[in-house]
Design a binder for this molecule. Structure first.
Ligand SMILES: [Ca+2]
Ligand SMILES: [Ca+2]
Length: 321
């Protein structure tokens, strides 16, 4: 594989969203998905600047000169020494997966049938989607605002079709066209589902973080989100994570689908998620469905292992966006 050389100057320019030659706090925050699941607040960034002496003139922004002086080892050492609590993570909850394919418990089958009727999507698409994810948030639990699926470029593979398509791709995402979120109980305090920028026509990525207010932070700023849905047992909310391509198929990612789980202030919150996976590449989706049908047909009577294959493919999926 070819390695890409990028200089510190290139990184600086990538981070400097408004191209003013300074890194503002929000420009740094937008790119702080560090891979260890930790959520960074403006205060965390300031503490980090102080600890690694990143901002010697103390004006709260990093100039190119300051950025070049940064010792990346100091930074990693600082991050490595941080004690991380569950409440510091992007997501503080537990989950499991429940099989819904042929032969599953009638309640699981009934949920799948209802998702078909609700979304009006072809049964073969819904049947070959991910199993049901059941999630429990204890008191103090949350999930900061995120997208359920990622952008799809020509060189992006979908998790569900990649094996069938047999194409090597540098990027991969789950291609979750639709999310159906079920509320399994009434939550005593908090736990709303927040869509911080729903219906916000003037949305721009950087406006998510204003001074010290990060609208994605569901522990602190749920009250400032545009749309909040209160959990009510037996109800569900569903939305599209991608726009239409204008030709009856899945198009670009819909940034407005950003959502999160607000802090549970009292009691426990139980939800379940059904994600409907559709490959924006129509040919790959069709290829995948044909293969699933062939597998189910060739091994009929053996508990439809074709579907188990799909379910198993998702057993390790843990998406942090
Ligand atoms: Ca800037
Ligand atoms: Ca500075």
């Amino acid at each position: 594989m070819e390695m890409i050389e990028i200089s510190q100057m290139d990184i600086f320019n990538l981070l400097d969203h408004n191209q003013d030659g300074q890194l503002q706090l929000k420009e740094v925050l937008t790119h702080t998905r560090l891979g260890n699941g930790r959520w960074m607040t403006p205060e965390n960034i300031r503490e980090m600047y102080t600890a690694v002496k990143a901002d010697p003139d103390g004006n709260g922004v990093l100039s190119l000169e300051e950025f070049k002086q940064l010792n990346i080892r100091d930074f990693h050492k600082y991050m490595g020494n941080q004690k991380v609590k569950m409440s510091d993570l992007v997501r503080n909850s537990q989950h499991t997966w429940l099989y819904q394919g042929e032969g599953a418990h009638q309640v699981m089958r009934a949920i799948r049938q209802r998702v078909m009727r609700l979304t009006r999507l072809p049964p073969e698409i819904v049947e070959h989607s991910e199993p049901l994810q059941v999630v429990r948030y204890d008191q103090g639990g949350h999930y900061h605002a995120h997208m359920d699926s990622g952008p799809v470029f020509p060189e992006t593979a979908c998790s569900h079709t990649k094996l069938v398509a047999n194409e090597s791709a540098p990027f991969e995402t789950s291609c979750r066209y639709v999310t159906v979120l079920f509320y399994l109980n009434n939550v005593t305090g908090g736990g709303e589902t927040v869509f911080p920028i729903a219906d916000n026509r003037t949305y721009e990525e950087m406006s998510l973080i204003q001074n010290d207010i990060d609208l994605r932070d569901t522990r602190k700023n749920c009250d400032k989100g545009n749309l909040r849905v209160k959990p009510q047992q037996g109800t569900a909310v569903f939305w599209y994570n991608y726009l239409s391509d204008g030709e009856g198929w899945v198009g670009e990612l819909d940034d407005f689908a950003l959502h999160g789980g607000c802090l549970v202030t009292q009691g426990t919150k139980w939800i379940a998620n059904n994600w409907i996976n559709v490959d924006p590449n129509r040919r790959r989706q069709q290829q995948f469905q044909q293969e699933m049908e062939r597998l189910a047909g060739s091994e009929a009577g053996a508990g439809a292992p074709g579907e188990w294959t799909v379910d198993k493919a998702y057993s390790g999926v843990h998406l942090e966006l």
